[in-house]
Ligand binder design. Structure first.
Ligand SMILES: [Zn+2]
Length: 163
């Protein structure tokens, strides 16, 4: 009568024998693009080095891409990250290639620059740290931004195909 079903509940302990997964970092992350100034010096032409690594500025109207209109993307001269596109290029009359927006916001790093007693926003390549130029808020619609970029910091895709 007594239907006492005593079923001992053997709780199965799910043994958590998870092996710690180690990410063997073979993914080739951004670290590979971070070079020391000496390493850059060995790679870059002197005038490129001066602008990109020493945060210099090329003379206005001197750069290859100031008056340059072929379609296509502009990459970082140092690491080839895509930075700007001809879609957003305009002639600002400043003597430097000007864009009203970057091609990829994620590849741009913004830094407050207080040199020369001015507060400006410096624009760098976020991938390798190369100096690109500055961004100002007197650009055309829709962003009203003017990315004032050194030609020496850029390489147009049509100039990239030589090997
Ligand atoms: Zn770069």
């Amino acid at each position: 009568m007594d239907d006492n079903q005593a079923s001992p509940s053997n709780r199965r302990q799910e043994g958590s024998h998870k092996e710690p997964r180690r990410d063997s970092g073979d993914s080739g992350g951004g670290g590979a693009h971070a070079k020391t100034p000496d390493e850059w010096k060995a790679i870059l032409e002197p005038d490129r080095y001066e602008v990109c690594i020493n945060h210099g500025t090329e003379p206005p109207f001197s750069g290859r891409y100031d008056r340059y209109s072929p379609d296509g993307g502009y990459m970082c001269a140092c690491c080839r990250a895509e930075l700007f596109s001809s879609d957003a290029k305009f002639d600002s009359g400043s003597g430097w290639p000007s864009f009203w927006r970057p091609a990829s916001e994620g590849n741009i790093e913004y830094v407050q620059d207080t040199a020369y007693g001015m507060t400006r926003t410096e624009v760098n390549c976020s991938r390798c740290g190369a100096h690109l130029g500055h961004v100002f808020d007197d650009g055309p619609a829709p962003t009203n931004l003017r990315y004032c970029i050194n030609s020496l910091s850029l390489i147009h895709e049509s100039d990239c195909r030589d090997g």
